[in-house]
Design a protein around this ligand. Structure first.
Ligand SMILES: Cc1cn([C@H]2C[C@H](O)[C@@H](COP(=O)(O)OP(=O)(O)OP(=O)(O)O)O2)c(=O)[nH]c1=O
Length: 190
């Protein structure tokens, strides 16, 4: 069966490559702003499903899609659209613990499996200069919450509770569980 990663995220591609799987990348064109939700977990699951569903063109494919948001108290932080927004996000996250939620959908023919994973991330107190310097690296703009734990944003992270790869955008543990959950065997290359 052909495996398709329905994502334009270079991190998700890298993570899936880590498993040695043979797959194609086909990002979805979903307009993420139109989706209604009550809980962040509902949002990420729904978006992952809609992305996967949009890309599926053939019953013989296995489609994998995901969506990541940062949640702090009653706010949802997606990708910052401007320097100002990135600054506000990083100020919000400074010295606190927030949640990173990633919804994952696996579709194989008519079988659909959607689930999500949460990781708690604790940031150190950030100074104005640290925030400005970090924004100047350009890193925040394609990442939920305005930081990347896998790159320079790592220096802000005091600790995490849960799966690291979930913060990067795709928990490999969860994905494998979900693939097995729908009765598929994935062979990891030796
Ligand atoms: C919090 C955090 C997020 N991210 C990234 C993962 C996701 O790529 C991105 C959240 O945006 P998403 O909308 O989940 O994904 P995307 O737009 O990059 O790609 P696609 O919709 O095509 O699948 O934030 C990191 O890389 N590191 C981090 O520490």
């Amino acid at each position: 069966m052909e495996i398709i990663l329905a994502s334009g995220s270079p991190r998700r591609k890298m993570l899936l490559e880590q498993l040695g799987l043979d797959f194609k990348v086909q990002p979805s064109n979903l307009d993420e702003s139109k989706v209604e939700f009550t809980e962040p977990s509902e949002l990420v699951q729904r978006l992952s499903y809609l992305k996967a569903n949009e890309v599926q063109s053939d019953q013989s494919q296995i489609i994998i899609a995901a969506d990541t948001v940062v949640s702090y108290q009653d706010r949802i932080l997606e990708k910052p659209a401007s320097k100002e927004e990135a600054k506000q996000m990083l100020k919000t996250l400074s010295g606190t613990t927030h949640q990173v939620l990633t919804g994952i959908t696996v579709i194989a023919g008519e079988i659909v499996n959607t689930d999500y994973e949460t990781t708690n991330v604790t940031f150190k107190e950030l100074t104005e200069k640290e925030i400005n310097d970090y924004i100047a690296t350009g890193e925040p703009f394609d990442k939920a919450g305005g930081y990347g734990i896998q790159s320079k944003g790592a220096v802000f992270v005091k600790g995490i509770e849960g799966c690291f790869y979930n913060v990067m955008g795709l928990s490999l543990y969860k994905l494998l569980q979900m693939i097995k959950g729908i009765g598929l065997e994935i062979e990891l290359d030796g």
